[in-house]
Ligand binder design. Structure first.
Ligand SMILES: [Zn+2]
Ligand SMILES: [Zn+2]
Ligand SMILES: [Zn+2]
Ligand SMILES: [Zn+2]
Length: 321
């Protein structure tokens, strides 16, 4: 997990070493040899169109011998196209073959008998049977042992600890997903332009905060044997009202994140704005933090109060608790 990263932690360096803004994955890799002061102030600007997409991975399901399970019955609910479960509202072709809702939307005829799928035909009897059965979590093959009523499945799967991790970089451009252990190697290979700073107390310098449109600034901070992702995002959460959102995410589980606290501080011109919170796990993602305003939120006027030559320095301190 050792990424060649610049030393030069600690404060200072504000207003020095203006890093060029560029898209993720582009630009020059942030190498070790950057001067300490410049490194402490380096950042990566990235223009992003939208927020991260929800994971769409289809982990193959097994119905084999889970406790409290009736495998023969639940197997009847397997979609013949995607092997996910066909759950209420349950649709079928005129020949009686079941098909799940997401496949039903994509297909015009039954994969088994070629019968038409419109108009939709519901199967109320199978819906009643489905309501009496426990279904395994979508991530059972990854280790989740939960069996749930179909109405509880989507909510659980959203927060299931066995759900694959998606790429934590903001913006919907990277479709990568995988295990937690694979996240750092992925970032090192696919997002080389993201700068990493060592130490619990660093300065995250976002350059050119006046860039128009939705913009992300991302960097990594390594301390306490963990990696944290610092994200500053400018976007219009409410129409016509641009805001900045700054948050720290742990490359780790929600449980691990509870061991830490972080502080973001804007300082300057005889003013100070501070936010303290528990880091979010990358399992939740940046979009969820912004959606819930669980981050440092400020508008463009405040950003300009603290900016220096169009660059905004954010002091980031991470501590264990
Ligand atoms: Zn399907
Ligand atoms: Zn059919
Ligand atoms: Zn689960
Ligand atoms: Zn990625």
């Amino acid at each position: 997990m050792s990424r060649p990263s610049s030393a030069g932690a600690g404060g200072g360096g504000l207003g020095t070493g203006k890093a060029s803004g560029g898209k993720h994955g582009g630009g020059s890799g942030a190498a070790a040899a950057v001067a300490a002061a410049a490194a402490a102030a380096a950042s990566v600007g990235s223009v992003a169109g939208s927020v991260s997409a929800a994971p769409s991975s289809a982990v193959s399901l097994t119905t084999a011998s889970l406790p409290g399970q009736t495998p023969e019955l639940t197997a009847l609910f397997e979609c013949p196209v995607c092997f996910d479960y066909v759950l209420p509202p349950i649709l079928q072709c005129p020949g009686g073959h079941l098909i799940c809702n997401s496949c039903h939307q994509k297909l015009s005829c039954c994969r088994t008998c070629r019968g038409p799928l419109t108009p939709s035909i519901r199967n109320l009897a199978m819906e009643k049977v489905a309501s009496t059965l426990p279904f395994p979590c979508k991530y059972s093959s990854a280790g989740c042992l939960l069996n749930l009523h179909h109405s509880e499945k989507p909510d659980h799967e959203e927060v299931c600890e066995f759900r694959p991790y998606t790429c934590p970089c903001p913006g919907a451009t990277c479709k990568w997903h995988g295990s937690l252990e694979a996240v750092m190697p992925h970032l090192m290979h696919a997002h080389k332009s993201i700068t990493t700073l060592q130490g619990e107390d660093i300065v995250f310098l976002a350059t050119d905060i006046s860039l128009p449109g939705a913009v992300d600034w991302v960097m990594m901070q390594s301390c306490f044997n963990h990696h944290f992702m610092l994200v500053l995002e400018k976007q219009e959460k409410y129409e016509g009202h641009q805001q900045f959102f700054a948050v720290v995410l742990l490359i780790g589980t929600r449980k691990q994140a509870e061991n830490f606290a972080y502080r973001l501080e804007l300082n300057g011109n005889r003013r100070r704005l501070t936010w303290e919170a528990t880091p979010r796990s990358i399992h939740d993602g940046v979009a969820a933090a912004i959606m819930n305003s669980d981050c440092l939120v400020f508008d463009t006027s405040i950003a300009h109060l603290f900016a220096d030559n169009g660059n905004l320095g954010i002091n980031v301190t991470i501590s264990m608790c």
